[in-house]
Design a protein around this ligand. Sequence first.
Ligand code: UDP
Length: 253
Amino acid sequence: MARRKKIYEGKAKILYEGPEPGTLVQYFKDDATAFNAQKKATIEGKGVLNNRLSEFFMSGLNAIGVPTHFIRRINMREQLIRQVEIIPLEVVVRNFAAGSLSKRLGIPEGQALPRPIVEFYYKDDALGDPLVSEEHIIAFGWATQQDLDDMVALALRVNDFLSGVMMGVGIRLVDFKIEIGRIWENDYPRLVVADEISPDSCRLWDIKTGEKLDKDVFRRDLGNLAEAYTEVARRLGVLPSNVTHATKPTLIN
Ligand code: UDP
């Protein structure tokens, strides 16, 4: 049986050729990695949850006019996406101090930041995805000044949307990472949110208890990762129907 052509395999996802030119199929694996893939595990069900959650966030963004690569979900583990030229930068937005920001600058984890902070990391596993400045990005041609302005604007809109959605279900969006891609429409470039948005790439803390509901559960051995992601999906009402009966977001009082 002919299988779709594999275009790229990463740590948590595989990209296959799509059914039409300009499209790809994105497959979500159960693999989890941390610390630049030095820590690895397979977590049953993670791919299914992230496929659903990324669909939920990306289609919500599309609906409010923030362009993304997402077209539609195909099945439990796959979604149809637009093929983009990935800009080789990870764009991180932070609302509260945590992770590498706390470590680098000595700011206590959980401290509210005076304003959202946008950071860029150069996507290069061999270098460990180093933090880079706008000067580096322009000088080395990873993106143009116009791209940078558009990326910051896009990242802040994603931050407002995600923060609001998560707040509605009692979860604090501490920080997150997105990747951004370029598509061409009649010879004009346009930037869109690409890759995935899921608890793999966000820090999500329960507002009341501070419980971590994201990949830090795996990074820091804090418990069962699939259970944490299931809790996020349950609150947002996006669990697959064969797993739960929840169909709408549940407001946490
Ligand atoms: N992040 C990510 N992929 C990476 C690095 C970071 O998704 O390769 C996310 C991470 O989950 C967190 C945010 O980006 O939500 C900020 O991460 P940080 O710079 O604090 O790095 P970390 O502590 O994860 O090393």
